[in-house]
Design a protein around this ligand. Structure first.
Ligand SMILES: *Cc1c(COP(=O)(O)O)cnc(C)c1O
Length: 405
């Protein structure tokens, strides 16, 4: 029998009453007895192989856009040197169908909407989740309704409308307030609005933990660095590892590294200051617009888990984020600023001696670079110009330059 469990107080709620958060404001997670007896089995899709770990009755391949199965790659000498970490790995989630890991959670949202006979997928999003929900709704023949803040980049809005979603841009003094207002109105309009941290999305993000388990043959990294906003991704990854551990498939869970922008670090600040509760941020700006939850609901649980499991936490300044984006690009990976934060963070943690040089660290590259072109105004843009007449002369001049490029 499925149930929903409040993540801190462990209060239980009936599964049928599928809410995003518990009455006490805590995050909810799906649980059921006997999960520790779940085992992977043969199957074509990841969700088929790990079906015993998932709460869905029907999982239809026709809901999938081919998410997951993303590359796990060694970062290489340049990024190893930059970070000071000899064993640095990247999980390239930008390779998902809409360019971010959100697709894994959208798949499970479609599974659940289908089971419950809901005609609409509705969400509040700064961009990536809305884009992903719009694509998956299109694939499944469902209606998509996406509430976005004013700062959502055009690159994320355009595909939403192209996929046929109804997009509503809401003017509001800050994103947290806007999200709260929309969630508050949902019941009145008979909408179940999925947030980035709801129990069903978390079941989708769990799949990444299972995929890593398969890709590493159980030899998981010591640390996994996750850019954190609503906290759903982090919770999903860790829930997946915990369930693998409970099933006796792995001996220990990787330790998580919570990464946020210094301009908006409600969880990292709390962890650094030894506080038990989220420290809300408002009226900030960061280039990492995909991680802008200033007061994430359920964040206290992440703080408690970080303490209990010895996780690390680090924030990065705007300059550090842009530098990390350049470093990743120079090594071949073009990611959006939110995704680059982890590289800057692990470099600082290594420099401070919090991570040893030989420990293995995996960075989650959460979103693709093409998703936010406006931010590139802050990056160098050097295009040389020539003409047919001048090309020979210009090339001769440029190649004789010591720079050569
Ligand atoms: C959503 C998102 C995050 C943050 O994930 P949460 O589950 O909200 O913590 C990080 N990076 C990118 C690119 C995202 O789209």
């Amino acid at each position: 029998m499925l149930k929903l469990v409040s993540t801190l107080t462990r209060d239980e709620y009936p599964f049928a009453q599928l809410e995003e958060f518990a009455g006490n404001g805590e995050a909810l997670e799906v649980a059921w007895p006997g999960l520790e007896r779940a085992r992977p089995r043969p199957g074509r899709h990841l969700w088929e192989r790990f079906a015993e770990f998932l709460p869905f009755e029907r999982m239809d391949a026709r809901a999938s856009l081919g998410e997951g199965n993303t590359p796990l790659v060694e970062a290489g000498p340049r990024l190893a040197a930059f970070s000071g970490l000899e064993r640095l790995w990247l999980k390239n989630e930008t390779q998902n169908p809409t360019g971010s890991f959100k697709d894994r959670g959208s798949l499970t949202c479609v599974f659940m909407a289908r089971e419950r006979g809901e005609p609409t997928l509705a969400t509040v999003s700064t961009g990536n989740m809305g884009h992903s929900i719009a694509a998956y709704a299109a694939r499944a023949g469902l209606r998509a309704l996406v509430f976005v803040p004013e700062f959502a980049p055009r690159e994320k809005l355009l595909p939403m409308t192209l996929h046929g979603a109804t997009v509503i841009k809401v003017r509001a003094p800050d994103y947290a307030l806007m999200k709260q207002t929309v969630l508050g109105l949902a019941g009145e309009f008979n909408l179940r609005i999925v947030s980035g941290n709801g129990p069903i999305r978390v079941e989708g993000y769990k799949l990444t933990a299972f995929e890593l388990y398969e890709q590493t043959r159980g030899e998981l990294p010591d640390y996994i660095a996750v850019p954190t906003s609503a906290c759903g991704h982090l919770r999903g990854l860790f829930k997946g590892f915990r369930e693998l551990q409970a099933a006796g498939l792995i001996r220990r869970c990787p330790r998580m590294i919570v990464v946020q922008a210094a301009n908006n670090s409600p969880i990292v600040s709390a962890l650094k200051q030894g506080a038990e509760h989220v420290i809300p941020f408002a009226n900030f700006h960061t280039v990492a617009e995909a991680i802008t939850s200033g007061n994430p609901m359920g964040g206290d649980e992440i703080i408690a888990k970080a303490r209990a499991h010895g996780w690390l936490a680090e924030d990065v300044t705007e300059a550090e984020i842009l530098e990390a984006q350049r470093q990743l690009a120079a090594a071949g990976w073009f990611v959006e600023p939110a995704a680059a934060t982890t590289l800057g963070a692990v470099r600082k943690l290594r420099a401070a001696g919090r991570i040893a040089a030989g420990e293995s660290v995996l960075l989650m590259l959460t979103g693709a670079g093409l998703k936010d072109l406006g931010v590139l105004e802050h990056q160098p843009f050097a295009v040389r110009e020539s003409s047919l007449d001048a090309l020979r002369r210009d090339l001769a001049r440029w190649f004789s330059d010591s720079s050569g490029r």
